[in-house]
Design a protein. Sequence first.
Length: 118
Amino acid sequence: MGNDTVLSIIHEARIQFLKSLEYTEMQFAGVAMIMADLAIEFKKELFYGDIVIVSITPGEISKVGIDLFYKLEKEISGKAGNGKKALVATAKTGMVCYDYEMKKITTVPEEARTRLTS
């Protein structure tokens, strides 16, 4: 799989993570979120058809943004796998709160800060 596929998987995982908190990137406790930075460290090959499990952990929450850390693992198939997983990649996105009406970066809403740290 190409590097862009891993980025797409990370994006989908973030959408599902936010949904589990009853948010979206466009409705994050009254503001929007945009990606300010991204880092991916590739560990193993990923092939079409591999089952990928993504874990997300919020990191530092600053005045205007949140770091999200991702762990991508794939299930090891066959008898040797026996339910084991292999680390495929780790990643970090820096998400910044943004007010599209005002066209400027804004503070992380207290409600979201509380949900992310609970």
